[in-house]
Design a protein around this ligand. Structure first.
Ligand SMILES: *Cc1c(COP(=O)(O)O)cnc(C)c1O
Length: 378
């Protein structure tokens, strides 16, 4: 049995090695490393896959969020509503731009923002909402879109973990996440569902004007060399990463299916363990299972984690500390209420290994080990 890892990028590479190597070599031979034809090709293929009018590649997912906020013309002091239970990037870029990140709680089952939670945080300073599609599942976007319309707010979707997730509206319309709000932000960090071999990211939008502005901001505010319309930054996707991503994009549906198979297997195995809560699946959304995250009840999380670790099974806590309690954000922004759900999730979530290369014997071993823990401890 191969060593169990949270993600197994070595074995994944091994299977597509020849295609990847050839694609990278093409770039080396062409010597067009920045904004070359390979970047354009990937951009077009990703736009096609996502059904997105505009895809603007950039340096990484954090930059994608920053560029998105810059493009919407938000001013210092403007409030941006973000979940307190997520990766740091979302709040960080808001703070960097002098905006006021307003941290709100999340739904205890889906781990995502809801319209009810967000509405309580809206005031005259509110300009934007950043729903994060956490762990591979869409936030319930239809009510959030209605809210945005009612209060004239912008929506930036943090789609870093959910490339390819599909959301269904009540009238049956389907949209991929990132295409629903004004702007979507993607990360191609190596361990993400569509992962580069280094840093990379992209921004999606359906709005032509916004797309043009975003494209410029990602490249020093210019479209023509040395003509700078906006203050921008240097955040371009390099062609070698584009070459790798373009190969892996062809496998994305297969990779997602492999993750979903693992998730289904875990769900079945853990459904009857009353101290575990399996991931809730929102009927309106598909789930691409960037993470498979359990809630471990009654204080068993850390002991289960140790038990697994001692038996060669890694697990991770995404995320251990509410963002509002992080030292960097003390005295910054504003939090709404005591965020009890976030607090409770940070103490009880546990993510199990899930990736594209998991073998049946690995899965069986993980499941049997978890079951053994609860046989002795319930
Ligand atoms: C990974 C991630 C980011 C940041 O992406 P990078 O490419 O690492 O900069 C932002 N938000 C969420 C929710 C993420 O998971």
């Amino acid at each position: 049995m191969p060593k169990i890892q949270m993600v197994d990028l070595q074995r994944q590479y091994h299977k597509i090695r020849r295609e990847i190597d050839r694609s990278v070599k093409d770039v080396l031979v062409s010597a067009q490393f920045i904004n070359g034809p390979k970047v354009k090709e990937f951009e077009a293929n990703l736009a096609d896959y996502l059904g997105s009018k505009h895809v603007i590649p950039c340096g990484n997912g954090t930059d994608a969020l920053q560029i998105a906020m810059m493009s919407l013309g938000l001013k210092p002091g403007d409030e941006v509503i973000v979940p307190s239970f997520t990766y740091v990037a979302t709040v960080e870029v808001a703070a960097l731009l002098g905006l006021n990140p307003v941290m709100v709680d999340v739904d205890k089952n889906t781990f995502n923002l809801t319209a009810e939670i967000v509405e309580q945080a809206i005031n005259v300073h509110t300009r934007a909402i950043v729903p994060v599609h956490l762990f591979g599942q869409s936030a319930d976007m239809e009510p959030l879109m209605k809210l945005a319309e009612k209060y004239n707010l912008q929506i930036i979707e943090d789609n870093a973990q959910s490339v390819g997730t599909e959301y269904t509206f009540s009238d049956g319309t389907k949209k991929k996440t990132g295409n629903i709000g004004n702007i979507g932000c993607i990360s191609f960090y190596p361990s993400k569902n569509l992962g580069a071999y280094g840093d990379a990211g992209a921004i999606t939008t359906q709005n032509d004007e916004l797309a043009d502005k975003i494209r410029r901001i990602a490249n020093h505010g210019q479209s023509e060399k040395y003509h700078h319309k906006y203050i921008g930054l240097n955040s371009r996707l390099d062609a070698i990463q584009a070459a790798i991503l373009d190969v892996k994009l062809k496998y994305l549906d297969k990779y997602v299916a492999a993750r979903q198979t693992v998730a289904d297997y875990y769900d079945k195995a853990f459904a009857d363990i009353h101290l575990l809560q399996i991931p809730e699946r929102l009927p309106q959304s598909t789930h691409v299972f960037h993470q498979y995250t359990l809630i471990v009840k009654e204080g068993h999380r850390d002991t289960l984690k140790n038990f697994l670790h001692e038996r060669g099974i890694p697990s991770m806590i995404y995320y251990p500390i509410p963002l509002n309690e992080q030292e960097a954000f003390k005295g910054r922004g504003r939090k709404v209420g005591d965020l009890p759900v976030t607090k409770s999730l940070c103490a009880s979530v546990l993510s199990l290994p899930i990736h594209t290369e998991m073998t049946d014997d690995q899965l069986e071993y993980i499941v049997e080990t978890v079951q053994a823990y609860f046989k002795d401890n319930s």
